[in-house]
Design a protein around this ligand. Structure first.
Ligand code: SF4
Length: 331
């Protein structure tokens, strides 16, 4: 079995200084695109450029400028995630996630993530595109928290972290509603640090395209199988279709550290179908899997008849052994 250093070889080569993170290597390239054009033209410019790779046509605009413009247009009728609320967030309207101006709830050097990730400069955003009834961060995901930080301030903050952390870890809540803000921060940032997208993976196809050439590692959360669990526990319709699609897209252009939180009573309906799907559909030589045992009933799950309890040792053991038997690289 390969170890995580082999499976995350791109990430580790950035850490060794052998290559630049994607946002400096790809997104900072010049592009010959008129940003006043219509959306289909801008998308064509974007996609053509990414497929061609390596062109530097116009030192005035960069690929990340184009991505920012596309993100802003998406926010005019918001479909950054698959809820596709259609609200005009630039005019102050709010959709399901209730995200307005980007609010950072906290940011600090995190030592509690996977061994390959720590120390990680972790930036927690307010609000989320899910309503997980057992959310352990409900105070920042479901309520107003944090404050707006000017992009140049956060960018300088990140630059000061160079040499002290291994990566920048964008999380929440959920980072997706704040994609345009994050791109703005990275546009003026020169820190050669890998970018980690720590997400529920409910992004729209368009958001996934904007992340290509920016994200080095998806720290993805894959919780529910193909049944109704995603809708029942996180109010996430079509969870399986969306999250499998986004894992496939992430697997094409980046590396993945996939987290699976084992939920009490959900080993057969969720854990096993997810791990089987991963094995059969992804290039597992570019990913590692973290089978997580830290479920605890929080928030609205405290008195839930099925998940208002801790995971048993037997359940976790069964999940872990299933992943091992599939030959997945575990972290
Ligand atoms: S990011 Fe928020 S406003 Fe935009 S589509 Fe998703 S839930 Fe709706």
């Amino acid at each position: 079995m390969k170890d995580s250093k082999q499976n995350l070889s791109n990430y580790f080569s950035i850490l060794r200084g052998e290559r630049l993170p994607a946002f400096l290597a790809e997104a900072a390239q010049g592009i010959d695109s008129d940003l006043t054009e219509d959306m289909p033209t801008l998308w064509a410019d974007h996609d053509t450029f990414l497929e061609a790779e390596g062109k530097t046509a116009d030192p005035g605009n960069t690929l990340i400028d184009l991505k920012i413009e596309l993100a802003r247009r998406i926010m005019e009728s918001c479909h950054l995630c698959e809820r596709a609320c259609g609200v005009n967030r630039l005019a102050g309207e709010k959709g399901y996630c209730k995200a307005g101006e980007a609010r950072v709830a906290s940011k600090f050097v995190h030592w509690g993530e996977e061994p390959d990730v720590i120390p990680s400069y972790t930036i927690f955003f307010n609000r989320c595109t899910f309503r997980c009834i057992f959310c352990q961060n409900w105070d920042i995901s479901q309520r107003n928290a944090g404050r707006y930080i000017p992009t140049e301030v956060l960018s300088r903050d990140i630059e000061r972290m160079t040499g002290n952390v291994r990566n920048i870890n964008w999380v929440g809540g959920e980072p997706t509603p704040n994609l345009e803000y994050i791109l703005q921060v990275l546009r003026i940032c020169s820190a050669p640090l890998p970018q980690i997208w720590n997400s529920n993976m409910y992004m729209s196809r368009e958001a996934m395209k904007l992340l290509r050439g920016v994200v080095d590692v998806y720290l993805s959360d894959f919780k529910y199988g193909p049944g109704e669990c995603g809708e029942e526990l996180s109010d996430a319709p079509n969870y399986w279709q969306i999250v499998t699609r986004n894992h496939s897209l992430a697997n094409e252009h980046a590396e993945i550290i996939m987290r699976h939180l084992v939920i009490p009573g959900h080993v057969e309906c969720c854990t096993k179908p997810i791990l089987r799907w991963v094995k059969e559909n992804l290039d597992t030589s570019k990913m590692v899997v973290n089978i997580m045992d830290q479920y605890r009933p929080e928030y609205k799950a405290l008195h839930h008849e099925k998940i208002g309890r801790r995971l048993t040792y037997r359940e976790f053991n069964e999940a872990h052994r299933f992943a091992e038997d599939l030959g997945l690289t575990l972290t």
